[in-house]
Design a protein around this ligand. Structure first.
Ligand code: AMP
Length: 647
């Protein structure tokens, strides 16, 4: 089946994409081919060397043939995922089960494995050492890439009453067949973290390079081709579709075949923070721009497509997770906001908690985000909903078979208004004002805050800089939050990786926490601060209930610096915090080396809220923390206003 066919079927009827197994005659790649590369990658920190090692791996895989599956599985094993994000199948098996599997498959006692884990702090190394102690009775068949991939998938999808037993059985089966370093990487994959310092963006570049080089491209063609692959992938973040298309048609044929497709969430465009109306006007000086209310809700990318004559609506989060189960009311409401003649669309919007007015004459009001965050994440029953949700649409990215990303915002907005209509208490356009003076903007900002919004989003409206830039935190979108104006700075989203036991009446809970930022290049968490204020007693109890099951025995792969919490947690929980300012610190490690040999820390951090819409890898990054520090140090300059690109 060609890539076009794959794409077409996805466009017409997005569904879980199950890659086919290797074609008959195609040689399965030994798992050791991948783990050998992992060892080499782990041994270096040089970006270019890592890129060339992974490119070389992919070239060998491609040249062995066997159809796109070999490359696809290899890529998934390198990024430690099993499918696109929106299909929601995840690794991250608990330490307890893995310890049990290692014990049972090597015949060692559980307590000894736990002791080793205390000493080594890395279950992968423990698995490796345990196997080395254990003479192999008979030679198992060597592991292959498809066997490992399917095994991991079987483990991640096991559900039901006997799921732990099922998982254990598959893990033991795989472990028994491991040779050399394989068990180390297998266990780390199961834990959900490879920790070899291989970032996904490097993997994507390596895929592009490998395919181009195998098709005879010259070195000087690589950069342009890679940019095409990055751009395509940010529109259609599915290796299941992009890799087969790339292998079959090369970079030149990719754009025409892989475009934004309803049902497959694209990575949203994000905004840069600014600290005042003046800074915004500096940036947009002489350009046409627009201000919109910045609603305090949850990003909702709403997709609609027609299948069997019926419109299907699906909602995705800013991390591309499916949220249709959390918002069955949104799914039901959306068709009422669509004008006749629309058969497919992607709307970018904010879902906001909403209190309807007492009668049709009163308009209702916005509620704070916390009201919505109490909802379960899945299987919400429509008749069981306490707080209503209203959608505020600010962009239209796709309409009736055509992506609109390349159009200017003015045009996308015109089409949004032409094809969608406000519905009381259900759907509206984001309130906007195309103002251009400081005074107008200040008035609009005040109006947004008094109606319950966080501030303004200021966006380029016309011209080539007004296109939609997926996955970018762009200087063409600026955010102006009310808090910046009060001088308290932007908030940060940080992962909770450690706890300190409470004192006095807080002895049954953690009294303070260690927060960290995720460094995706180094694949490690760097500490930012200890936080003990901003919590009510009820907060502390809720945090304890959530975090206690996440306790781990060792700091694992955290770059904790001199921070010494009583206990470490698996990185699952993300909090939004505010601080008085940022300072250099000999204790914490965030962004170490970026502005100083010391790390950057928060002074007087205060808990704001739980960010359960964010994964721990999506904390405010060390680079962002460094740029916040620089912006503070050089207050008033525009240093913070540089484009970031994720891919
Ligand atoms: P932040 O989470 O502070 O980086 O702010 C960006 C978020 O603001 C986006 O991801 C949206 O969820 C939200 N938002 C609210 N209103 C708008 C708007 N009018 N345009 C774009 N994003 C908005």
């Amino acid at each position: 089946m060609g890539a076009q066919a794959t794409l077409d079927s996805a466009a017409a009827a997005p569904r879980k994409t199950e890659p086919k197994t290797a074609k008959p005659g195609g040689a399965a790649i030994p798992y050791a081919t991948i783990t050998d590369t992992f060892s080499l990658v782990e041994a270096t920190t040089k970006r270019l060397e890592i890129l060339s090692l992974v490119t070389d791996l992919f070239r060998r895989v491609i040249s062995r043939g066997g159809g796109p599956t070999n490359l696809l599985y290899t890529v998934y094993l390198c990024i430690n995922r099993l499918c696109p994000d929106y299909e929601g199948l995840e690794l991250g098996i608990g330490e307890g089960l893995l310890v049990k599997a290692i014990a049972q498959s090597t015949g060692r006692e559980l307590v000894r494995i736990k002791k080793d884990l205390e000493a080594k702090g890395d279950l992968g190394l423990v698995a490796l050492a345990s196997r080395q102690n254990q003479p192999t009775m008979f030679r198992m068949q060597a592991l292959t890439v498809p066997t490992v991939f399917h095994g991991l998938k079987e483990i991640a999808s096991a559900s039901g009453s006997k799921s732990q037993d099922k998982k254990l059985a598959v893990i033991k089966r795989l472990l028994a067949a491991c040779a050399g370093d394989e068990s180390k990487y297998l266990i780390r994959s199961l834990e959900g973290k490879l920790r070899i310092g291989l970032a996904e963006k490097t993997v994507l570049v390596a895929v592009a390079h490998a395919v181009m080089l195998e098709r005879g491209a010259a070195e000087d063609e690589l950069e342009a081709g890679t940019n095409v692959v990055k751009a395509v992938f940010s529109e259609l973040p599915s290796y299941d579709i992009v890799i087969p298309a790339l292998l079959e048609h090369g970079v030149d044929g990719l754009r025409a075949r892989c475009r934004l497709t309803p049902g497959i969430p694209l990575k949203p465009m994000l905004a840069k923070p600014t600290r005042g109306v003046g800074e915004v006007l500096d940036r947009f000086d002489g350009q046409e721009f627009t201000c919109e209310y910045k609603y305090d809700g949850e990003r909702a990318q709403v997709h609609g497509y027609t299948r069997d004559g019926r419109l299907e609506v699906r909602v995705f989060s800013r991390n591309s997770e499916e949220m249709s189960g959390k918002y069955p009311d949104l799914v039901a409401q959306m068709p009422r906001a669509i004008r006749p003649g629309v058969d497919s669309f992607v709307v970018d919007a904010e879902a906001v908690a909403w209190e309807p007015g007492a009668d049709d004459a009163s308009p209702g009001r916005l509620l704070p985000f916390q009201e919505l965050s109490r909802r379960k994440r899945k299987d919400v029953q429509a008749d069981n909903i306490a707080v209503r949700v209203k959608l505020f649409a600010f962009d239209l990215l796709y309409l009736n078979g055509e992506p609109l990303l390349h159009l200017a915002l003015s045009e996308r907005r015109r089409m949004l208004r032409e094809h969608f209509v406000p519905v009381a208490n259900e759907f509206d356009y984001a309130t906007h004002c195309d103002c251009s003076t400081t005074a107008d903007m200040q008035v609009f900002l005040d109006a947004s805050v008094s109606s319950g919004c966080e501030g303004l989003m200021v966006k380029m409206l016309v011209g080539p800089d007004a296109t939609y830039e997926p996955s970018r935190r762009s200087i063409n979108w600026l955010k102006l939050k009310k808090d910046y104006l009060a001088g308290t700075g932007d908030s940060l989203d940080l992962a909770v990786i450690g706890g300190y036991y409470g004192k006095g009446k807080r002895t049954n809970v953690y009294g303070a926490f260690l927060l960290a930022t995720y460094d995706e290049d180094l694949e490690t968490y760097q500490t930012v601060c200890k936080i003990g204020t901003g919590f009510s007693e009820a907060d502390l109890e809720a945090h304890y209930a959530l975090l206690h099951p996440l306790e781990v025995s060792k700091k694992g792969y955290y770059d904790a610096g001199e921070a010494k919490p009583d206990i470490y947690f698996e990185p699952r929980v993300v909090w939004e915090v505010k601080a008085a300012d940022l300072s250099l610190s000999p204790v914490y490690t965030a962004a170490r080396g970026a502005v100083d040999a010391r790390g950057i820390s928060l002074r007087f951090p205060r808990f704001v809220r739980v960010r359960d819409d964010k994964a721990p890898e999506e904390t405010t990054s060390p680079q962002q923390i460094a740029s916040m520090y620089r912006a503070q140090a050089t207050a008033g300059t525009r240093e913070s206003l540089e484009d970031d690109e994720y891919w």
